[in-house]
Design a protein around this ligand. Sequence first.
Ligand code: ATP
Ligand code: MG
Length: 375
Amino acid sequence: MATSCGFESHRPHHSYTTTKGCLLVSVARICNLKVDSNVTNKARPMASADQLKALIKAYSQGDDAQFHSIAMQIAAGEARVGHGKLAEELRELIDKSRVRLPSAGPSPIPMARPRGEIADLLTVTYPHIHLQDLVLNSKTRKTLDRVIREHKTIRDIRAHGLAPRKKLLLVGPPGTGKTMTASAIAGELSLPLFVVRLDRLITRFMGETATKLRLIFDAISQTRAVYLFDEFDSIGSERGLGNDVGEIRRIVNSFLQMVEQDASDSLIIAATNHPAILDRALFRRFDDIVQYSLPSTNEIQTTLKFKLAGAKTSTKVNLVKLSALAKGLSYADVTRATGDALKHALIEGRALTHADLLSSIAERKAALLHRNSKR
Ligand SMILES: Nc1ncnc2c1ncn2[C@@H]1O[C@H](COP(=O)(O)OP(=O)(O)OP(=O)(O)O)[C@@H](O)[C@H]1O
Ligand SMILES: [Mg+2]
């Protein structure tokens, strides 16, 4: 179904679609009847091949208005030739197909796919991960739990004239779970995740960023989802902007204004590795500032356990020693080291050993030292 914000929605398991499908099948049967029936029969059904083609086209394009208009024409045609019962049945199906489920609330929303101009600005995924897939400190978990609970109860919260917390700024070093958090929130709420790559948006649409931001905020208000503004510091930084300070100010001001006006049920999540270069005014617009940090040795141990779950390991794997060695790595580094070790063991057709993990962690540490020495 096309919506004015430039999204196509698909309702694969939606009762609305099912009823429309029924209607389509009924009409197809009528046409079949026509083909089979004697051509000399004056009171034959009226659905023509053109009508059927137009109906299928409207259905596949999600053009509701056109779909209903053609279906009504067919029903009227049946009534005219005295097929009152059939006409009545068709009208009932048409009426049913117009009934939609309420869109607010935590129930899964229609699949949405950006099209046209907005498709250049957003990428969509439908995450299935949950908060429990992340290793988080208890404060961060509590903050995120509260946001999710508020969105699961959004109908009641709105009914009392209140607004759920919905604007989060995630701050922390690379590979600590910011993007994964946005996915997990979308997964928990069965919402699509739209990622806005601000850095690309700004460099690609120099001078037009405010207009493009408007398009994104129109989408935010019209399609309930989680919107992740990744690399959020791009709008507070002069890097990549050719030092056009005027443009930066315009972008920051537009963002501040739009985020302030937003009254939708969507969640707006911004993520950054460089909070220091963000305009202070931006911080005030968020309901929660969520801090991420490199994992402690305990958190590394939990991560190793998570990532090794289901893998065939030799009994001599010492997670305590490995966690101490891995200190300083990010969750992403630990995840990659575990994956590398596991692949190595699989290639050799044996169980994963302590030595496999030791060598892949040492490799990651060396890469980290190399990265740091280049800074
Ligand atoms: N807290 C975490 N718990 C478990 N796994 C994690 C966590 N953080 C990161 N990972 C692992 O590392 C991968 C990359 O993490 P993610 O993309 O969320 O990092 P990020 O904070 O967004 O980094 P960047 O700042 O570079 O964008 C994840 O897909 C996941 O496998
Ligand atoms: Mg990220």
